[in-house]
Design a protein around this ligand. Structure first.
Ligand SMILES: Cc1cc2nc3c(=O)[nH]c(=O)nc-3n(C[C@H](O)[C@H](O)[C@H](O)COP(=O)(O)O)c2cc1C
Length: 217
């Protein structure tokens, strides 16, 4: 029953779905970060956080989270890069308390899954596997959304940018350069398919973040 609802939302064994996972920090402040999530054969969600992320520490200590589904690049950008600059933060009004679990949820998601952590593997490795049981599923949007290539290009760029920031910090310039070339390509695509829009503005904000990490774009 629960699994059918997850399949209808686009989850399927073998697929990685890009979501935003929200949790409470130790001081009970809401926190959120983009995370890839898979559905395993037993119907559990599997999150694979790097063990140096706050999300991993919150999942381990609090054992609850909300997996928020969205295709809004603005949400991915702010939750991925909060704190990088004073202008990049997650406004507190983006959050609301979940119902069945002790975690916050994002108000503007398209759908969300409230979940509890049932097992954690690999917590001493670079990346852990956190297995979650879905306690509640809720869909918030009703209608379809028209597809614009700029949305995809932005979300891909944001994912690559989180890696570039790490690669530049650890001196891996060649790998960072490859991702920066992709981001430059997506930047042109955003310029073509969404000129003078919020999407183009967001792309330029992302470029600024990358420049702050020493990238030339
Ligand atoms: C779409 C997307 C997917 C991501 N997936 C993961 C992931 O599966 N695991 C991970 O550790 N980081 C992932 N990241 C990077 C984290 O979101 C990023 O490092 C974030 O700053 C971690 O925040 P935190 O320390 O508050 O948890 C992803 C980023 C994006 C944009």
């Amino acid at each position: 029953m629960m699994e059918k609802r997850l399949l209808r939302l686009g989850f399927a064994p073998g697929l990685i779905v890009e979501t935003v996972v929200s949790t409470y920090n130790p001081n009970r402040q809401p926190a959120a970060a983009p995370m890839g999530v898979t559905l395993d054969e037993g119907g559990k969600l599997v999150i694979r956080p790097f063990t140096d992320t706050q999300t991993f520490r919150n999942l381990r200590s609090r054992r609850h989270c909300v997996v928020n589904l969205t295709a809004d690049p603005r949400i991915f950008f702010h939750t991925a890069f909060k704190g990088e600059k004073p202008s990049i933060s997650i406004p507190p009004e983006w959050f609301e308390k979940a119902e069945k679990v002790n975690a916050p949820r994002l108000r503007d998601s398209d759908a969300y899954l409230e979940a509890s952590v049932v097992d954690i593997q690999g917590e001493n490795r670079e990346r852990a596997s956190v297995f979650c049981r879905v306690e509640k599923v809720r869909t918030l949007t009703s209608g379809p959304k028209a597809y614009c290539r700029a949305t995809f290009a932005l979300i891909e760029s944001i994912i690559h940018a989180t890696r570039v920031a790490f690669l530049l910090k650890t001196g891996k310039k060649t790998k960072a350069g490859r991702l920066l070339a992709l981001i430059a390509h997506y930047r042109q695509l955003v310029g073509r398919t969404a000129p003078k829009t919020d999407k183009e503005k967001l792309m330029e904000e992302l470029v600024e973040v990358l420049r702050g990490h020493g990238a030339s774009l």
